[in-house]
Design a protein around this ligand. Structure first.
Ligand code: DOR
Length: 428
């Protein structure tokens, strides 16, 4: 076919609950030329041919919540290593949080992030910084949101540092909306054992740790939902972890409130029991919750009550995590493992492959207005060839992040990215 640069033959494209259909993908000038039934023998002329039989064809994924630590904490991660983890993990769009040092509350920090991304991964993954909601993330004075949007920030968040003032949150939602951006709120009542990293309950009692109750999340989420309704403006709730917040979101959506939400693979796969034995790899904010919360979250992502999945990739150095539980920082890294972990849920029948595509590509790109490949002619040829049969051990050597602070360390996962293309060019 004239102009075709690449022909990917015989991959399986997921479709809803079924086994998917075998397709040939033809690419020209960085865009999708055609998606045809496999073995259709669509002539590809001089194009490079890839035999993708046995591989799953996915659009390149979007992670709307990562921490890449640069500037300021490059010993944990930097933009080059974070984007390497993204590229190998199947993520072509990466939104990074503002809790760097200095905080991303000025155009110069946003520009530095974008320059670092362009220098280290010129062909992508694409970086989309999230601007700070308040100066220095201090929660008092709004950050220069127009300047940040102009510099390239695609959303605003005080991630990691809850905004306790409802008035500040209200103004932030108003300004963000004027700029065509969304506020992403880390919901946590700061008066209730903030960032303790363990759920309040029988387990925290047994361990003698100050647990954080799930209601600390839901209280702030309720405040945000009520503001969103009052203002008739959107708000996006970060890393939702419990049934109570899911029920609040369902109630709000039924009233027409413009609330959206995200959760992470670790909240769908692990319970608080993972922290028994004081394992700081399971220390994360919000904390891992109970089996009942896991079940509620699984249902919520299936039904779209929780709209998207994110990694909340939060790399920390080994020496920071290898201390007593109380002293360790919260966070798990996730860019390398997210797709295989979500595939676990697909294999177990908890999600369909179609859900995976919705939760990791279609919905986040829709929410944050990012480039998306729906495999229609003219779409960006951004795609992943995923090998569902390839098992691999989660260990420092198999991760591309600088960090290895994942509660899945030592686990064998099934499913790995075989190749990742952006704009029709292979990036890994
Ligand atoms: O566990 C977490 N770690 N939760 C957050 O909200 C922030 C993150 C970090 O930056 O380490």
């Amino acid at each position: 076919m004239s102009g075709c640069q690449l022909a990917v033959r015989g991959a399986t494209l997921p479709d809803g609950r079924g086994k998917g259909r075998r397709v040939d993908l033809l690419v020209a000038r960085g865009k999708v030329l055609e998606l045809a039934p496999a073995a259709g023998k669509t002539p590809a002329g001089e194009a490079e041919e890839i035999d993708a039989s046995g591989l799953v064809l996915l659009p390149s994924l979007t992670d709307a919540h990562t921490h890449l630590r640069e500037p300021g904490y490059e010993y944990k991660e930097d933009i080059a290593s974070g984007l390497s983890a993204a590229a190998h993990g199947g993520f072509g769009n990466v939104m990074c949080m503002a809790n760097t040092n200095p905080v991303n509350d000025s155009a110069s920090v946003t520009e530095l992030m974008l320059d670092r991304a362009k220098d280290s991964w010129p062909r992508g993954p694409r970086l989309f910084p999230i601007g700070a909601l308040t100066r220095g993330l201090a929660g008092r004075e709004l950050a220069p949101m127009a300047e940040l949007a102009e510099a390239g920030c695609v959303a605003f968040s005080n991630d990691g540092v809850p905004v306790s003032s409802s008035e500040v949150m209200r103004r932030a939602m108003e300004y963000a909306s004027d700029l065509g951006r969304r506020v992403i709120d880390h919901c946590e009542d700061p008066s209730m054992n903030p960032a303790s990293g363990v759920n309040d309950g029988v387990l925290s009692g047994r361990l003698g740790l100050d647990g954080q109750p799930d209601v600390a999340e839901t209280i702030q989420a309720a405040r945000d939902v009520l503001l969103a309704e009052y203002l008739d403006l959107p708000v996006h709730l970060a890393h939702v972890s419990c049934r109570r917040t899911v029920e609040l979101i369902a109630w709000a959506k039924s009233r027409g409130v413009r609330v959206t939400a995200e959760t992470c693979p670790h909240y769908l796969l692990l319970t608080e029991e993972r922290a028994a034995g004081f394992d700081s790899l399971a220390k994360v904010n919000p904390p891992l919750r109970t089996r009942d919360d896991v079940l509620a979250l699984r249902q919520a992502v299936r039904e779209g009550v929780v709209d998207i999945l994110v990694t909340d990739h939060a790399p920390h150095a080994d020496c920071e995590k290898e201390v007593e539980f109380d002293a360790a920082p919260c966070g798990v890294c996730g860019l390398d493992t997210a797709l295989a972990l979500t595939w676990t849920l697909v294999r177990e029948g908890e999600l369909t492959a179609g859900d995976l595509v919705r939760l990791w590509a279609e919905a986040p790109c829709g929410l944050f207005d990012l480039p998306l490949n729906r495999f229609r002619p003219g779409d960006p040829a951004d795609f992943v060839l995923f090998d569902p049969g390839r098992s691999w051990l989660v260990c420092p050597d198999s991760l591309h992040s600088k960090a290895a602070n994942t509660p899945f360390l030592g686990r064998t996962l099934e499913g790995r990215v075989r190749a990742h293309f952006l704009g029709g060019r292979k990036i890994v």
